[in-house]
Design a protein around this ligand. Structure first.
Ligand SMILES: [Zn+2]
Length: 131
């Protein structure tokens, strides 16, 4: 093999290695951005999760439900559980509506219903979606 062909091979190997470093870095950046995106989507649901917990949690907050002990930690078990319930409720409501209500529309409607003493009907609805 001539020296110039050897140089071409070396150059291509270096080029390939540089590209692999860029791909590795991009994959890391994409993973990070996807996590940020998922986290932002979940954060939008926090007010609804808090409302649902405040209204519907039946457990004793001294020794059965950890919501209060968890503080504002949305990665803790009770907070995750109520965010999941809120997510399912939103998905269920969006499926049955033609006008694709926003989270704040739904929170407003739920607050209205709660204020108007329709709590038990809402509880039955949530039980259906939370299965
Ligand atoms: Zn609770």
């Amino acid at each position: 093999m001539s020296e110039s062909l050897g140089n071409i091979v070396d150059a291509k190997i270096k080029y390939r290695d540089d590209l692999q470093k860029i791909v590795t870095q991009l994959n890391g950046e994409i993973d990070y951005a996807e996590k940020q995106k998922r986290s932002a989507e979940r954060e939008r649901i926090y007010p609804l999760a808090e409302l649902l917990h405040d209204v519907f949690c039946r457990y004793d907050h001294g020794d059965q439900c950890g919501w209060g002990y968890e503080g504002n930690n949305w990665d803790a078990a009770e907070h995750v559980r109520w965010v999941d319930i809120a997510e399912r409720l939103l998905e269920g409501i969006k499926r049955i509506q033609y006008d694709k209500p926003t989270e704040s529309d739904i929170i407003g409607a739920l607050k209205f219903a709660i204020d108007n003493k329709q709590k038990m009907a809402l509880l039955d609805t949530i039980k259906t979606f939370a299965k």
